[in-house]
Design a protein around this ligand. Structure first.
Ligand SMILES: *Cc1c(COP(=O)(O)O)cnc(C)c1O
Length: 395
């Protein structure tokens, strides 16, 4: 997830446009901004690129999730089905909306298992938020079919999978809304930023208003604009949007390089019979930010993770022991400690998260390793890297 690796003159030029006018606000100041509307430009380009109708650029991916939940009317009294393997922000957004996260199993795509959804449904279930983890996709068509049949709102967390697609259709465009992150370590970055996309005009208007105190953005004079809903401030600044405009222009080149580098590393692993690969439902749509694979059991996965670390192969993740991406280590939230209590609004209906059991997910995650794919590797570095990985696996 390496947008920061390609920061350069293009980003500096876009930011300089904004600095030259001094208009850092994304709305208004029509004269002073001399035609520069960076947030708006990003939104139009991104929506077109994804093949959808609307995009709202906001302050973070977490904000995007909050905006999507609010726009879809998900809140107190509702349950939202989520996977246990995600960045913890997905869960935080559900809690801050006042809803209760309900965990369902993942499958070998490392994303929400379509078969795990129905057993998790209760009369209170309102929405499903699958997460397209580590650059690749959930079985999104099947998930969408179940949501449609059950009358559940589908919101995609595509924060880690910008540029990825399933059968030619962009991830983030299958659900009623899709959420993206452009934080400093994502595939493209704004410094901090996020986006919600949708093909629904009404949802877009709600999202656009919610992120800016309910402003309808219809009037010319901001002071005279209507406020149809109570919102908050999740706006992006023009400086951050400007970085995003430049990065978006580099997305195709980033994807191409990632795919090339990933292919080379994957091919080097093919000869190790103990290694099997994450299920990617559409290989052509993989954004290739990570190579994820399984080892036969937990002990071997830990051994290989340790070996890779000692051999100096950086950017390897054993998520099962990781504080931020798998439920196993989210004690601050599961124990409903003081910090979690701040977010949980529906105590009466809050399950005991300590008792959540996800045997299928544990069995997968305890055997999973992921390797980050970088853009800046030289041919020589890539060669050395592969030699080290082979050395570790041959032991
Ligand atoms: C990064 C990320 C987020 C949150 O994005 P921020 O821009 O860092 O707030 C949400 N979900 C997933 C899966 C992420 O990887």
């Amino acid at each position: 997830m390496p947008g920061f690796e390609v920061f350069g003159d293009e980003e500096r030029k876009e930011v300089q446009d904004v600095l030259n006018t001094g208009v850092l606000f994304r709305y208004g100041f029509d004269q002073a901004r001399q035609g520069h509307w960076k947030a708006r430009q990003f939104e139009e380009t991104f929506a077109r690129r994804l093949g959808t109708s609307y995009c709202h650029l906001c302050s973070s991916g977490t904000a995007a999730l909050s905006i999507a939940l609010a726009a879809c009317g998900v809140g107190a009294g509702d349950e939202v089905i989520v996977p246990p393997f995600t960045f913890v922000a997905t869960i935080e957004a559900v809690l801050h909306a006042g809803a209760v996260p309900v965990f369902a199993e993942i499958d070998d795509t490392l994303c929400l298992d379509p078969n795990g959804i129905e057993p998790a449904v209760t009369p209170r279930t309102r929405a499903v938020v699958p997460v397209h983890m580590c650059g690749s996709m959930a079985k999104i068509e099947e998930i969408k079919r179940i949501c449609d049949r059950k009358g559940l709102i589908l919101i995609e967390d595509a924060c880690q999978s910008v540029g990825a697609s399933f059968k030619g259709k962009a991830l983030g465009t299958f659900g009623r809304m899709g959420c993206f992150s452009f934080d400093p370590v994502k595939t493209i970055t704004c410094g901090e930023g996020g986006a919600v996309v949708t093909s629904d005009k009404v949802l877009y208007a709600a999202a656009d208003a919610y992120a800016d105190h309910g402003h309808d953005h219809m009037g010319k004079d901001r002071g005279l604009e209507g406020h149809s809903i109570i919102g908050t401030n999740l706006r992006i600044s023009e400086l951050n949007a400007a970085v995003g405009v430049a990065q978006l222009g580099k997305l195709d080149a980033i994807l191409e390089k990632q795919r090339l580098n990933k292919k080379v590393i994957k091919e080097a692993l093919l000869s190790f019979s103990e290694v099997s690969f994450r299920n990617i439902p559409d290989q052509a749509g993989d954004s290739a930010t990570f190579l994820s694979f399984f080892l036969p059991d937990e002990a071997r996965a830990k051994e290989v993770a340790k070996g890779l670390g000692e051999a100096g192969v950086d950017g390897c993740f054993y998520w099962y022991d990781n504080n931020w991406h798998y439920i196993r280590r989210w004690d601050h939230f599961k124990s409903l400690s003081a910090a979690a209590r701040l977010a949980i609004k529906d105590f009466d209906n809050c399950p005991n998260f300590m008792k959540v059991r996800l045997p299928q997910s544990d069995a997968l995650m305890s055997r999973t390793l992921s390797m980050q794919i970088k853009l800046s590797w030289t041919e020589e570095e890539l060669k050395q890297r592969i030699e080290k990985i082979r050395g570790v696996l041959a032991r």
